[in-house]
Design a protein around this ligand. Structure first.
Ligand SMILES: [Zn+2]
Length: 134
């Protein structure tokens, strides 16, 4: 693990090329109050049910970093898109899309529009993702 001394982002490889441009968490959620509410709720639930995580704001989206950056959150007008890695494609009608990252890792994407969708089943998947690289 390498932390860029300039922007404090954490990378697997030392001196990983990247943009050091900083974008605040607030700017991601500007005029997106519903997305902010869902994000705060999600963050709280994860810390209660799964474990500590750090908010990392990138130019493209917001990441939650547990033992690695296991969730990407993209604020939308009416909610958030949530992407996380698992060792399989989830078989659920709730899934928006699943993208293979390698032969063993799939990025599973969900659209979340209300808190009820962040239920036990959903937290269970996030928990698996959190521990994927243990
Ligand atoms: Zn940097």
């Amino acid at each position: 693990m390498w932390t860029c001394p300039n922007c404090n982002r954490i990378f697997k490889k030392a001196k990983q090329p990247h943009s050091c441009k900083k974008v605040s968490v607030e700017s991601h959620f500007e005029n997106k109050e519903k997305a902010r509410e869902l994000f705060d709720f999600l963050h709280r639930r994860i810390e209660e049910k799964i474990g500590k995580c750090k908010i990392v704001s990138l130019p493209c989206c917001v990441h939650l970093f547990g033992t690695y950056d296991f969730i990407a959150i993209l604020p939308k007008k009416n909610g958030v898109e949530i992407r996380f890695a698992l060792d399989r494609k989830l078989d659920t009608p709730r899934l928006k899309v699943s993208v293979p990252m390698s032969s063993k890792v799939f990025k599973n994407c969900f659209d979340i529009e209300n808190k009820q969708e962040i239920d036990g089943e959903f937290i269970g998947w996030l928990k698996e993702s959190y521990h994927l690289k243990d």
